[in-house]
Structure formats: C-alpha cells, structure tokens
Design a protein around this ligand. Structure first.
Ligand code: BMA
Length: 336
C-alpha cells in the first residue's frame, strides 16, 4: 500500500471555492482519483477537431478559461481558446488562436501544441510547443482570452514542455523545459532557465533526469506538467514520465518537490506514479497509453486540486486530489 504521512502543508494559492470537485470514492486509497464522467472534452468538441487533448485551464472572470490542443481535420496541431462556467463543461472557439506578434518572423510557425497557463502579477501567460524550425518554447500572454500576444520564443529548438513558475524567484522569471530532438525524442531531462524580462534566458540549471533503473514509469524521459504549485514544503511539480515498452512509449504522471528559493534543487521525488494509463480513455485512442498533465486548478483555502490531462492523445480528462496529500505522498515515497 502507498504511504501517506500527515504533516501540515500550507498551500500558497488563492481560494477557488468553485473549483470542479468530486470527493474521493469510498474505499479508494488513490492519491489522485478520476472524475467519474471523464472525459470532459471529447475528441470532436468542435467541427474542426479530430482530437482535443493536452490542454491547460485557469480561473478567469468568475469561471474558467483554457487553451486547448486541437489536432484539426488535417491532423495539424493548433491552439484554441475555450471557456467554461464550471470547469467541466467547455465551449471551445471554432477558430484557432492567432497570436499578435510584433516581429512577424516569430509568428512564422507551423504548429502549436501542449499549452500551459499561469498567472503572474495578474496577467495570464501561455507557454506552448511552437514549431519555429522545429519544436521550441513559445511564450505569450492574454488579458481577455480573445487577443493573444506572442513574445519571443524562450529557447532555441529543440525543446518542449516549457512552463513558467507563478512568481519571480530570486528576482527572475523561472522556466522549466525539456531539451529534445525533432522527433519522438527517446531521452529527456527537466532544466530550469531564468530571465529578468521574459526575453533573455540563461543561468540554466539541471533539475531532474529520468530514473533509468529497472524500466520504471519514468525511465525514458520526463517533462514538466502544469505550473508548479507553491507550498510551505516547496514547489510541487506534477510532471509526466515515459517508459519504453514492447508496444512503444507509455506516459504517466508523477510528482516532486522543488526548493522554494533554488527550484533547480529537488527536495523529494516520488518513486511511484500518481496516475498511469488504466482506463479505456487513457489506454485506447489516437496514441494509446498516454496520461499527459498540462493544467491544474487549486483551491488555496482547502488545498483541493483538479488536474487536467490529455488522455491517449484523444480527449481531455480530469483527476482530483489534495495538494497536502500529494506533498505527503512525495515525501513518504521519495526515491532514496
Ligand atoms: C509527446 C508530445 C505529446 C504527446 C505525447 C504522446 O512527444 O507530442 O503531445 O501527448 O508525445 O504521443
């Protein structure tokens, strides 16, 4: 049985009383439990979609807004904005986001996928995988989910899974990313980069590598998920890990705690996963066996968490948990 110790963990987030929520099912000992009406966004959510999957959401205007990965009817990867009153029933825009960009050169990209969202000093930032001569980290912002502004790409190709921390640390914006290749990368470690202005990035630090031993769930590659969650115990990072099986890659979700002031230092990292493909909608689809977390809602008052994850590269699903319990789980099951 998985160990969950009890300790007092303060969750440093705004209250979100209307967070989508379901209590842990009776008899369940899982740290995260799935919404019983998953998926929340179907593959054919809009006329233009073949699949809608790795997507990010954020509280907005009393309800919720999101940026969704849509694979269109040409199977090209695009980003679409969406709105929801309750975080579960979503309405996506039919047209993809057209970023407003000062330098047209930066706007020359052929695709966008796997978005993350974070609010920093009241402004919503979008991070995504941007095809500027190969995958790299696109950055932008929006104040209304109607007009989206694009900033300079944060890093050179090839890189994926970029996500900003929700506040400056040591005076700098901090970005996690995963240097990669131009294909279905068979390696991948998480790095942290710093910037004074969201344009110039440097002071790169290694954060975490895959755990190679015995082909566990995070043995091939890892990449950051939603924006790290600030707690008194450190930054809670939910990330994906990949194992290579006879049948190809399998994507699961796990968690680690990073130092509050020097977030490239790992305080603890759970050996077991939090979620691994187990249901039909995670195991069967466009790309089977994928749980790919990109978004999280947090209620700072109660520590409740709603995790949004792409399932089988086909649909968007939600799982619930308590930040405090995930932190305890990480500490009690930490890799030694
Ligand atoms: C990764 C990314 C993700 C996708 C995953 C599984 O390389 O492309 O968007 O969910 O593969 O196909």
């Amino acid at each position: 049985m998985l160990k969950i110790a009890s300790a007092m963990t303060e969750v440093r987030a705004e209250p979100l009383p209307n967070i989508p929520w379901q209590e842990r099912p009776q008899g369940s000992q899982d740290v995260l439990w799935r919404y019983d009406r998953n998926p929340v966004v179907p593959a054919r959510a809009i006329a233009a979609s073949t699949y809608v999957h790795n997507s990010a959401v954020i509280p907005f205007d009393g309800g919720f807004a999101g940026v969704f990965r849509v694979d269109n009817r040409s199977r090209r990867m695009q980003l679409h904005a969406g709105r929801s009153r309750d975080g579960l029933d979503w309405k996506l825009e039919e047209q993809p986001i057209q970023f407003v960009c000062d330098d047209p050169e930066i706007g020359k990209f052929s695709y966008g996928y796997d978005p993350r969202l974070v609010r920093i000093d009241g402004r919503v930032y979008v991070m995504w995988c941007n095809g500027y001569h190969g995958p790299t980290i696109g950055l932008g912002y929006t104040d209304d989910f109607e007009t989206f502004h694009q900033l300079e790409n944060a890093l050179l190709p090839f890189n994926r899974n970029g996500v900003l921390f929700p506040r400056r640390i040591l005076g700098d914006y901090c970005l996690l990313s995963r240097p990669s290749d131009n294909g279905h990368t068979p390696f991948g470690e998480i790095y942290l980069s710093r910037s004074p202005d969201l344009v110039h990035w440097g002071r790169h630090r290694h954060v975490m590598s895959p755990i190679k031993q015995e082909n566990g769930w995070q043995s091939t590659k890892i990449g950051a998920g939603p924006a790290p969650i600030e707690t008194s115990e450190g930054w809670l990072l939910i990330y994906h890990g990949v194992v290579t099986t006879c049948n190809g890659f399998v994507y699961s979700a796990g968690a680690a705690l990073l130092d509050l002031d020097e977030p490239w230092r790992v305080i603890a990292r759970a050996d077991p996963y939090l979620l691994t493909p187990s249901t039909l909608y995670e195991s069967v689809g466009n790309v089977p066996n994928v749980v790919f977390p990109c978004g999280a809602l947090i209620d700072g008052a109660t520590g409740r968490l709603a995790l949004y994850y792409g399932s089988a590269d086909t649909v968007v699903s939600v799982a619930f948990g308590y930040v405090q319990e995930i932190v305890d789980f990480v500490r009690s099951n930490a890799i030694r």
